[in-house]
Design a protein around this ligand. Structure first.
Ligand code: CUA
Length: 380
């Protein structure tokens, strides 16, 4: 017999054996219910506190960009999505206010009072008017919601790339982003550079999203909604930011140990600055280097099997392209700011910065680490 059954039987026994007890204001089952509600509320408060706290944790190695808000969109389609969400939120909020208001009113107005009869209240069945009202009204509301959302979805999905559009392919890896601009001949990582659409004309960026391993999701809250990157499939999305700046985003689909440190940043340039950036990225690394020892260490180790440095024999495709490593703001997909110290930490033992990442500790001596870092810092 379960503890609950036992308790039920005891309560039952109490009532029958000892006769009716003196009426108590709160019966045991009600107390139990209060207890449960209180526990649920506490849990909810705890969960909310966790969410708020998680949004404010500073990365240990330095700030690599804060959490951005979907309520401050600075691009299409994020702007359109926000407008639709606010409308939907307003409709649902009003329904909630009406229903909760009526509920609270009924609870307070018709609560149990001392001296009330304990008999069943009069039961009312059937009212065509009321039943028609609560069938048709929700139908109309749902219809409005469907129309509004499908119009937004169609607007976003049917956008055709204009001839001026920038085209890029974003490939999700555990745990970094490969970014290719096939038409510009640029390969980079973890930073998507795009032009701003300003008064001089519209210049959206159209993205093809692919995955090299598991499912990821591309999400830059101020620019657009989330779109998944799925193995063996190509998804499409576009963004059209209007204000230059750096927009942080995250991988939004759990993809393994370092999912949380798979950050993306979109750098929006004024149009002419974007052209300059593209010309710089198209350059190969110079053969001449002022860090020949580091270069020797890099090429003598298996670094070259995973990384590409354009213009050299390093043509590995497994890890990020390093040709213009120093042009990037962060290391390891936003795990740490790209500083000399962090670069040294990273080369010595990547697992210290990003546990589980696929770059191994190369067991270099301190001297070799310094030399490799000096070489990497020539890759501007
Ligand atoms: Cu990639 Cu989560």
């Amino acid at each position: 017999m379960g503890a609950r059954d036992e308790q039920k039987q005891r309560t039952f026994a109490n009532e029958t054996k000892d006769g009716p007890k003196a009426p108590s204001l709160v019966c045991p089952s009600m107390r139990l219910r209060h207890h449960r509600i209180l526990r649920a509320l506490l849990l909810l408060a705890f969960a909310l506190a966790c969410v708020v706290f998680a949004g404010h944790v500073e990365p240990v190695l330095g700030d690599t960009g804060g959490v951005t808000s979907i309520f401050r969109p600075l691009s299409q389609p994020a702007q359109e999505i926000k407008e639709t969400s606010l409308l939907v939120l307003a409709i649902c909020g009003s329904i909630f206010a009406v229903v909760a208001g009526l509920l609270v009113y009924a609870i307070v107005r018709f609560r149990h009072r001392a001296g009330d009869e304990l008999s069943e209240p009069p039961q009312v069945y059937g009212s065509n008017q009321i039943e028609l009202a609560w069938t048709i009204l929700p139908l109309l509301i749902v219809f409005v919601l469907i129309l509004v959302t499908s119009r937004t979805i169609a607007d976003i999905q049917n956008r055709k790339p204009p001839p001026t559009a920038v085209k890029a392919t974003v490939i999700g890896h555990q745990w970094w982003w490969e970014i290719r601009y096939p038409e510009l001949g640029i390969v980079t990582a973890n930073e998507l550079h795009v032009p701003a659409s300003d008064g001089r004309g519209s210049r959206p960026t159209f993205l093809k999203l692919q995955s090299a391993d598991v499912a990821h999701s591309f999400w830059v809250p101020q620019l657009a909604g989330k779109t998944d990157l799925i193995p063996n499939r190509e998804n499409l999305m576009w963004i059209e930011p209007t204000q230059p700046g750096t927009y942080p985003g995250n991988c939004a689909e759990y993809c393994g140990t370092q999912h949380a440190r798979m950050l993306i940043r979109v750098v929006v340039h004024p149009p002419d600055e974007f052209e300059r950036w593209a010309r710089e990225q198209q350059q190969s690394a110079s053969v001449e280097t002022n860090a020949p020892e580091g270069r020797k260490v890099f090429f003598a180790n298996s670094c070259v099997n995973c990384h590409t440095i354009a213009g050299t024999s390093a043509q590995g495709k497994f890890g990020p392209d390093l040709t213009h490593l120093m042009s990037r703001q962060t290391l390891a997909a936003g795990a740490a700011p790209n500083t000399t110290n962090n670069l040294r930490l990273w080369v010595r033992d990547p697992q210290k910065i990003k546990v589980g990442c696929l770059m191994p500790n190369m067991q270099l001596t301190d001297n070799e680490v310094d030399q490799v870092v000096a070489y990497l810092q020539t890759l501007k």
